[in-house]
Design a protein around this ligand. Structure first.
Ligand SMILES: [Zn+2]
Length: 627
């Protein structure tokens, strides 16, 4: 029914402008050949897996910038490349030292700082055992209830009271990052975590690694070997400590006989990383002040390795990332070519962004949304393409359809239009399908083939594991195009020869239809808050309705927005507020904030200290139970 109605509409339009459209369509078709050319280069050995901060990653950025120049896009920033700070790695400095009384321990062999540790030098600080170092109010577990930790070095075990169970109740408390916050909140001067593996070099914590999304813990945090722990606990064995921690007996919270000397010195290697930003200015004198962001990340995993996201972390082979995400990057370049050639040009400005740092935690897109070309209120939509090269059976996933009122209709219509084929009058090729417009000489001009449409799986959620999340976090309507995962995902074998270029070209045709629809409407899209597909906050029991700024995470938690009717709004929290304290807890960053959320109870009132316009305010917030 709907299909038929729609066809009639299309026919009327086409009858009047069929020649023009046919010509334009011919010129503006996405080309599978060009896609293949770009993907082959980006996913070639030459670019070495395009890891952010590496020569190969930078070479990929340069290639994209050159293509943007050829296409005639204006540079969004000088030279097209928007630099954002990035830590490519960490190494030990000269001044790492740990001793207690007669015991001196060697860095690397006996102990290791964690990548997010603060650098500090402290002498003769008393030390105390703190069990597992976990506070979990929902589980009635608080290792800091007994311990007089303030002013001490806290010494905790790895893992949790039910460590053997990966899906146990304590699973989300296991990360040392959370333990560090618990220790700092309790007033500890530093946190020492005892390794789990008998052979220290095999322990995850012994490998100095840096995660660009976490920032600094605010106190020194180190791991020590089990043998070193035995030396530091002269009055009891490690086995006794572990036993005591499980049963929460006093021995798990005893003070050590000797104070500790600790100096942590880690060097973060900061290198520039890049987003590549090109602009196609809109043709409408008014609407050109609004823009549509088209994005795809160009970075990948380089040569893999532990912590890179590789699914074969033991391999040092080039992770080619043809689907992830040379396919989206090539798609972005192709869209830039098509829209630049379109006449008349789009009314609104199109901003094309190839993001860096996606694989390390959406770093490039986080930087962009905090340093946009023009204020984000001018961005009417963000379209993200991440892994669009492995289509099977016409199945296409589109995320974010709940983020604007109009999305579903626009997408459904654009997909129906995929069934239509317009033939140029000079085109001798016979067309498949049922003719719906026939020319005077009997040649079919428009045919319809219902098999031409995509088998769409639409997700409401505007959050997801790619760059569009950052834009949705700023309350911008988003769409996310994805052809799904496969056995080569995040492996060296994600190579250019496995890409389905013909179907990728068809996906791009669908994207252009959608972008044209958004661009052509006088009225901008109406943003809506999407239903979340799954709870994102690790099963928190409370709901506040804040929209945190994940990128700016020092000196408190910056709030980008508050949800309508939420506890945050009722309490008077406003966008731009910086939460610095919740109850007695200091909030320095999003981790502290998340931690505090995990401790809250619904229906109980909490005093929030916020900075607004240089002034400190206190607000009373009563979280609701999460539905
Ligand atoms: Zn990836």
């Amino acid at each position: 029914m709907r299909m038929k109605k729609f066809s009639i509409f299309v026919v009327t339009v086409l009858l009047t402008t069929v020649a023009g459209i046919a010509q334009q369509q011919q010129k503006l078709e996405p080309s599978a050949e060009r896609l293949k050319k770009d993907v082959s280069y980006l996913a070639s050995d030459h670019l070495d897996g395009r890891r952010t901060g590496t020569a190969g990653g930078n070479e990929a950025a340069r290639y994209i910038a050159v293509e943007f120049t050829k296409i005639g896009l204006k540079p969004g920033v000088a030279g097209y490349q928007q630099t954002f700070p990035y830590v490519a790695g960490v190494e030990l400095g000269e001044k790492n030292r740990l001793s207690a009384g007669a015991v001196t321990l060697n860095v690397r062999k006996d102990w290791m700082p964690l990548g997010f540790s603060s650098n500090q030098d402290m002498n003769r600080v008393p030390a105390i055992l703190v069990g597992y170092g976990i506070t979990a109010s929902e589980l009635n577990h608080n290792d800091y209830a007994n311990a007089k930790v303030s002013g001490h070095v806290a010494i905790a075990l790895s893992g949790t009271p039910d460590s053997d169970n990966p899906h146990g109740q304590f699973a989300r408390h296991e990360e040392v990052r959370w333990k560090a916050i618990a220790a700092r909140n309790a007033g500890a001067k530093a946190l020492v975590v005892i390794a789990r593996e008998n052979n220290f070099s095999e322990d995850r914590l012994s490998r100095l690694r840096y995660d660009n999304t976490t920032g600094d813990a605010g106190i020194p945090v180190i791991a020590i070997s089990r043998q070193a722990a035995e030396q530091l606990l002269p009055n009891r064995s490690l086995a006794e400590f572990e036993q005591a921690a499980k049963s929460k007996s006093d021995a798990a919270y005893a003070e050590l006989a000797t104070p500790v000397n600790l100096s942590v010195d880690i060097i973060r290697q900061e290198v520039p990383a890049y987003n590549v930003v090109g602009v196609l200015e809109g043709s409408d004198p008014v609407l050109k002040n609004e823009n549509i962001v088209l994005g795809a990340h160009y970075d990948h995993l380089g040569r893999g390795g532990e912590g890179s996201g590789s699914l074969v972390p033991d391999s040092a082979d080039i992770h080619h990332g043809a689907d992830d995400n040379a396919s989206g990057t090539a798609g972005l370049l192709e869209l830039a070519r098509l829209f630049s050639a379109q006449r008349p040009r789009p009314k609104r400005t199109l901003i094309f962004i190839a993001f860096g740092g996606e694989e390390e935690g959406l770093l490039g897109s986080a930087y962009y949304v905090n340093h946009p070309l023009t204020p984000l209120t001018n961005t009417v939509a963000m379209i993200n393409m991440d892994m669009i090269g492995r289509m099977r059976d016409r199945k296409l996933v589109i995320g974010g359809v709940g983020t604007a009122q109009e999305w579903k209709q626009i997408i459904t219509q654009a997909n129906s239009a995929e069934a239509m084929r317009v033939s140029a009058s000079s085109d001798p090729a016979p067309m498949q399908g049922v003719p719906i417009v026939v020319s005077a000489n009997g040649r079919p001009i428009v045919t319809t083939n219902p098999n031409g449409t995509f088998d769409l799986a639409m997700n409401e959620d505007g959050y997801g594991p790619s760059d569009h999340s950052q834009f949705y976090g700023k309350q911008i309507p988003v769409l996310f195009f994805w052809t799904g995962t496969h056995s080569d995902y995040h492996k060296p074998s994600d190579t250019f020869d496995k890409i389905n270029y013909d179907d990728e070209a068809r996906i791009l045709r669908l994207v252009t239809r959608i972008v044209r629809e958004v661009d052509g409407a006088e009225k901008r899209l109406s943003y809506t808050t999407a239903k979340a597909e799954a709870p994102r906050s690790g099963g928190f029991r409370v709901y506040l309705g804040t929209i945190p700024n994940y990128a700016d995470s020092t000196n408190g938690l910056l709030i980008d927005g508050v949800r309508e009717g939420s506890p945050a709004e009722k309490a008077g929290l406003q966008p731009g507020d910086r939460i610095v304290k919740i109850g007695t807890r200091d909030v320095k960053n999003v981790y502290d904030y998340t931690y505090a959320l995990g401790e809250m109870k619904a229906g109980q009132e909490y005093v929030f200290e916020v900075i607004r316009g240089g002034e400190k305010l206190t607000l009373k917030v009563t979280p609701e139970a999460r539905k």
